[in-house]
Design a protein around this ligand. Structure first.
Ligand SMILES: *[C@@H]1O[C@H](CO)[C@@H](O)[C@H](O)[C@H]1NC(C)=O
Ligand SMILES: *[C@@H]1O[C@H](CO)[C@@H](O)[C@H](O)[C@H]1NC(C)=O
Ligand SMILES: *[C@@H]1O[C@H](CO)[C@@H](O)[C@H](O)[C@H]1NC(C)=O
Ligand SMILES: *[C@@H]1O[C@H](CO)[C@@H](O)[C@H](O)[C@H]1NC(C)=O
Ligand SMILES: *[C@@H]1O[C@H](CO)[C@@H](O)[C@H](O)[C@H]1NC(C)=O
Length: 387
């Protein structure tokens, strides 16, 4: 008798073997991607949702988050269990889901152990390893594209290297497409909410020309404006406007457009999680109210509740849900707990805003943090596609 483990290993080996013959997807060639309804799919154990459970009627593109290259060679070394997960992800979303969605894998992310992109981008040979290996992974596992989530290039030199990386990446994608007769892989990037910024005392601006030329679109992360790093005052994590500062979605998206990014390459990010504070005085609870620290936390860590946890918390504690006109955002209060997040109303408003700007679409971080697809549905139903 074969053990279950042996059987699984044989099946895994077979799947990985099988997929290596699928050089590119033709299934989705005629697929309309004038609009992007994206979502990142966290592949780890936190809030895990199997690919088979994804409601693909609500999305056009789903990102596998994340893969990391080896931080010495900058090639991808995919272990067997990851290989199985990648095959399962792309094959489920391409073949057993109706409608199918396009898949990209995202490299990097905001987590702690991210590779040293700056080192890679500054050396021609490392860039080459990274680019060739990423294309190989995409084809081998049946992805439609690759997303780079480098958070963030630190200074003008790194922004310049970033632009060279994008030039070479697109050139290689074109070359591969011509050699194989496969459609070009999609290339996208997750970027800061505004085109230029001061962080750690250094001013830098993204290389918009190179991004227009080489990327299919960019995902502007319009969230994390305020959080646990500002423990003494409440703030809207995804303020649409902010009369007092430039840390808002309207400022960020306008800055990209002013800098010349094509509107059809700009995709707005929406958070499927809230950030919590503990109020100093429960009766003073607006945006900008004094606080004494973070509030409750859930699976997402310090001062974070995923959207489904926020709804549970609100229900469990009979919280009051408020809409703040100053930032056009939602918060809830229960006793001394304060949560800034987006609900149906504030999500709908952001979708309307993105359409008024004629952006390409929107994306969520992260798909599995929704509650019964509530906000994914709100966004998808409101979004009017382009001809
Ligand atoms: C991974 O799979 C390959 C075949 O695809 C096999 O040769 C190798 O032993 C496997 N490694 C592990 C650690 O299971
Ligand atoms: C490279 O990756 C390993 C394992 O993820 C990590 O322990 C190590 O600190 C990394 N090294 C550098 C230089 O980033
Ligand atoms: C993906 O994995 C799930 C759970 O292990 C399994 O039920 C499903 O059949 C797999 N799908 C594909 C297409 O491999
Ligand atoms: C916001 O940005 C503009 C330029 O884009 C600048 O002139 C203004 O001073 C900034 N305002 C604040 C409050 O930082
Ligand atoms: C809400 O209450 C349920 C049932 O008591 C509990 O399992 C859950 O953890 C609570 N959730 C939050 C976020 O408070």
């Amino acid at each position: 008798m074969m053990s279950t483990l042996q059987a699984r290993n044989i099946i895994s080996t077979f799947l990985v073997f099988l997929i290596s013959f699928i050089s590119c997807n033709s299934v989705l060639d005629s697929y309309d991607s004038n609009s992007i309804k994206g979502a990142y799919w966290p592949s780890g154990r936190i809030s895990y949702l199997p690919p088979s459970a994804i409601d693909t009627t609500l999305f056009t593109h789903v990102y596998y988050a994340f893969l990391q290259p080896n931080n010495v060679t900058f090639k991808f070394q995919i272990d067997n269990s990851t290989a199985l997960q990648l095959v399962n992800f792309t094959s489920t979303l391409h073949y057993s889901k109706n409608p199918p969605v396009k898949t990209l894998f995202s490299i990097g992310g905001g987590g702690g152990n991210v590779p040293q992109f700056a080192l890679m981008a500054s050396f021609p040979s490392l860039r080459r390893n990274f680019i060739l290996s990423s294309i190989e992974v995409a084809r081998k596992f049946g992805f439609d594209g690759i997303d780079l989530d480098w958070e963030y290039p630190q200074n003008p030199q790194e922004m310049n290297d970033y632009s060279i990386l994008l030039d070479e990446w697109r050139a290689e994608v074109i070359k591969e497409s011509e050699a194989t007769n496969c459609p070009q892989l999609l290339l996208s990037a997750a970027v800061y909410f505004s085109v230029n910024f001061f962080l750690s005392g250094t001013f830098r601006t993204y290389p918009v020309d190179s991004m227009n030329k080489n990327l299919d679109w960019i995902n502007a992360m319009c969230y994390d404006y305020h959080g646990s790093w500002e423990p003494s005052v409440t703030g809207s994590p995804s303020a649409l406007i902010d009369p007092k500062s430039n840390i808002s979605t309207s400022y960020g998206l306008s800055s990209w457009i002013k800098a010349g990014i094509y509107r059809n390459k700009l995709v707005m990010g929406l958070p499927l999680y809230g950030r919590t504070w503990t109020l100093k005085d429960p009766s003073v609870h607006g945006v900008g109210a004094p606080a004494v620290g973070v509030g409750p936390q859930g699976a997402g860590g310090e001062g974070v509740l995923f959207y489904y946890e926020v709804e549970d918390f609100n229900k469990n504690n009979s919280a009051t849900v408020k809409f703040d006109l100053g930032t056009l955002s939602t918060y809830s209060v229960a006793g001394n707990v304060w949560i800034g997040y987006d609900n149906r109303r504030s999500t709908a408003l952001r979708i309307g805003y993105a359409q008024a700007l004629r952006l390409r679409g929107y994306f969520f971080w992260a798909l599995s943090y929704d509650q019964d697809w509530k906000l994914s549905k709100t966004a998808s139903e409101l979004w009017i596609g382009y001809k």
